[in-house]
Design a protein around this ligand. Structure first.
Ligand SMILES: Cc1cc2nc3c(=O)[nH]c(=O)nc-3n(C[C@H](O)[C@H](O)[C@H](O)COP(=O)(O)OP(=O)(O)OC[C@H]3O[C@@H](n4cnc5c(N)ncnc54)[C@H](O)[C@@H]3O)c2cc1C
Length: 398
């Protein structure tokens, strides 16, 4: 009888075990967990579990993955959000879509997903044991557990997430690993005037000075700096770039992303005529909140003038800070709704048809242990579902 050991009962490991059963694997399956199964699923999405995202085109979907975008294209043709939605529906879980495309169980509770997974996994599959060592045998793998016991299996699926301990085990076995750095965090900015805006949201385009990416969407001002989708997306794209700079960089904010320089200049000139007898600090472009306007022009010599008295050079300065306000980042803060790690098993060493290692036969990978991570919105779980599905399929077909 053939046997498979799955190491780590998180989203990827649990789903891989269920997929093995449902795709017809008849051998022995053991799912080893060193602490609590599905712990991250439980706390995910603020306790609601953002299971996936309503994006059904594989090519479009890959654009949400700063790491893994090329490699996940093929896998998404085999198992993508539509398949996960269908699988959950077949198992009695209905999802709902929020305006931004994020999908949650209609119960708004991650427990619904946990209950579903628990009932789909055959009794006796989950074993509470940590794997502390792995060694290749002639035709498979020997696992040594932290209780001193061991087991020999034909294949392993490694789904240990971003565990530094397991990353060291993999590294010591000669598996190519990319060092882990956090992704999906918010930017810490030391600025009392900015802190006073806490709670305000603006539409913005964001970039990092000296880097190539631009992200957009709502940006939230918080008591520690800036957050919101525009910033979280940038933290994912710039995860490694920012880590290399110890999270010290300049974020450049365009708070009027729909305007070109010329059209914004015309808008400001229009305000100078139409609000001539009003104070500059009280009247700004209608598309930015007045508190943000007062913040960006706080150093402009025209701030306490009537609009009629504004000089062209002051107008140019207003334009510059609306389109490119540079603020110093002095650290990062964790985004509590979702937190992932960039880094893990080097994707070049993995066959994405069956998630098998190219260097260590009969060892498969799924989930966050791989150097794949995505923007916030349900994409990280989708990567776990897709890679788990393919690892199981690869094993069944082998
Ligand atoms: C607070 C929070 C909220 C999140 N919310 C969302 C969300 O709403 N939507 C989304 O898409 N993503 C979300 N994420 C990201 C998502 O949770 C991860 O991408 C996903 O859990 C990865 O699944 P995984 O199975 O690969 O790893 P994990 O869920 O980390 O599971 C790995 C498992 O392996 C076990 N393990 C490790 N080492 C060993 C060992 N030696 N032996 C045995 N077991 C071991 C661990 O204990 C763990 O249970 C969130 C993350 C966090 C932290």
């Amino acid at each position: 009888m053939s046997s498979v050991a799955i190491i780590g009962a998180g989203a990827a490991g649990y789903f891989a075990a269920i997929q093995l059963v449902e795709q017809g694997f008849t051998g022995e399956i053991k799912l080893y967990e060193k602490s609590k199964a599905l712990a991250k699923v439980k706390v995910s999405g603020g306790g609601r579990c953002n299971v996936t995202h309503a994006c059904f085109d594989p090519k479009e979907l890959t654009q949400y993955y700063p790491r893994g975008n090329k490699e996940m294209l093929g896998p998404f043709h085999h198992f993508q959000p539509g398949d996960m939605i269908g699988w959950l529906a077949d198992h009695g879980v209905e999802l709902k879509v929020e305006d931004d495309g994020r999908m949650f169980p209609t119960s708004d509770s991650s427990q619904t997903i946990i209950d579903c997974f628990e009932s789909a996994l055959p009794a006796g599959t989950l074993v509470s044991k940590g794997v502390k060592h792995l060694a290749a045998t002639d035709n498979g793998w020997q696992l040594n557990f932290d209780d001193g016991e061991s087991a020999v299996v034909d294949r392993v699926i490694v789904t240990a997430g971003s565990s530094p301990q397991f990353s060291s085990i993999l590294k010591s076995m000669g598996i190519a690993m990319v060092d882990a750095v956090p992704s999906l965090f918010t930017f810490h900015i030391e600025d009392d005037a900015l802190r006073a805006l806490s709670g305000l949201a603006i539409e913005a385009e964001v970039r990092l000075k000296g880097a190539e990416w631009t992200t957009d969407g709502p940006m939230l001002l918080t008591h520690w700096g800036v957050s919101g989708p525009a910033v979280l997306k940038m933290s994912a794209w710039g995860a490694r770039w920012l880590a290399e700079r110890n999270y010290h960089a300049e974020v450049v904010i365009n708070s009027m992303p729909r305007y070109h320089k010329e059209s914004l200049l015309e808008t400001l000139q229009g305000i100078r005529i139409n609000a001539a007898r009003k104070l500059v600090r009280n009247v700004g472009p209608s598309s930015v909140p007045n508190r943000w306007w007062q913040f960006v022009i706080k150093d402009n010599t025209a701030i306490d003038k009537m609009w009629a008295d504004v000089k062209n050079v002051e107008l140019e300065e207003m334009l510059a800070v609306l389109l490119e306000l540079s603020l110093p980042i002095s650290g990062k803060a964790t985004f509590k709704e979702e937190f992932v790690t960039a880094g893990g098993v080097d994707l070049k060493s993995v066959n994405f048809k069956n998630m098998e290692s190219k260097t260590h036969p009969r060892m498969h990978f799924a989930g966050e242990v791989l150097n794949i991570d995505a923007l916030t919105g349900g994409f990280n779980f989708q990567a776990a579902w897709t890679t788990a599905f393919l690892a199981a399929k690869g094993i069944v077909e082998s």
